[in-house]
Design a protein around this ligand. Structure first.
Ligand SMILES: NC(=O)CCC(=O)C(=O)O
Length: 268
């Protein structure tokens, strides 16, 4: 699969502007021969949590319809980052990631289970209750997690054991903890011997003195090598070709899945 993960600045609390921005990013990204496009976290609203109910999508709309149109127009699968989203209960807003295939069909949806205390998410958002599952894009088994989830290796192991060979991380990761971002993305790829594809936003977002985000979107191979990365600042696209045979080769060379001792891991 040929992947492009987009790095751009999400507009704070402006859903209309953010929908337009995504269209423009698609126009600029030169998507010929691309199989999957990846967007960052909370891309319709940013972290405007005080007004999140106003900005929230309802059952992923209007974001899903626009993404579905783009998928068909460009003939690509889209790991559509995440959006603030209301489901049945109008009082609960989730941070929901979703994925559509080339036909524009929704193939997967996941609401962030680990809410970030450092960004006040638990005060404004509801935590997702569904277990993460894999989904298939062009015959490849994939998983998606959202930003702070990166700190929970159990989640990644669960996806790897369910067969994921590529895991997408959609993020608005702050500059204050950039060093963790870089190390953890690589660690999750190495320990699960799979591709990690991470899309982050960058720059100061919010009112004056708002949160600064770290950029540095990346694609890492199953041996931990950086295939491509962006700078900390500025719009950019990371590009990589993912090869299922490479995952199998690395897993044979360093056979950690065979060496696991499940019965010894008392916390499981
Ligand atoms: N948007 C996020 O989940 C940020 C996570 C974060 O700030 C951290 O893990 O550190």
């Amino acid at each position: 699969m040929n992947i492009k993960a987009l790095q751009y600045q999400v507009a704070f609390g402006d859903v209309k502007e953010n929908l337009t921005k995504v269209r423009k990013q698609f126009e600029r990204a030169e998507l010929k021969e691309t199989d999957v496009v990846v967007l960052p976290e909370m891309w319709t609203s940013g972290y405007d949590l005080e007004n999140i109910r106003i900005h929230a999508c309802q059952d992923l709309e209007p974001a899903k319809s626009m993404i579905s149109e783009l998928a068909q127009e460009y003939d690509v699968n889209i790991v559509a980052g995440s959006v603030a989203n209301v489901k049945e209960d109008p009082d609960e807003v989730y941070n929901t990631a979703f994925v559509v295939d080339r036909k524009g069909t929704l193939v997967y949806e996941y609401s962030k289970m680990h809410l970030v205390p450092m960004l006040n998410e638990p005060e404004y958002l509801a935590g997702g209750q569904d277990k993460v599952e894999t989904f298939t894009l062009d015959g490849n088994t994939c998983g998606v997690v959202i930003c702070y989830d990166l700190r929970f290796p159990e989640l990644f192991r669960d996806l790897a054991l369910k067969g994921a060979t590529s895991i997408f991380v959609v993020a608005e990761w702050p500059m204050a903890r950039k060093a963790h971002w870089e190390v953890l993305i690589k660690a999750r790829a190495i320990e699960n011997q799979c591709y990690l594809i991470a899309s982050n936003t960058y720059g100061e977002i919010g009112e004056i003195g708002g949160q600064e985000f770290a950029g540095r979107s990346m694609i890492i191979d199953p041996f931990g090598k950086v295939i491509d990365e962006t700078a900390d600042h500025g719009d950019g696209v990371v590009t990589g070709r993912l090869d299922g045979n490479e995952v199998a080769r690395i897993r044979e060379e360093v056979p950690i899945f065979d060496s696991r001792k499940r019965e010894m891991y008392h916390f499981l």
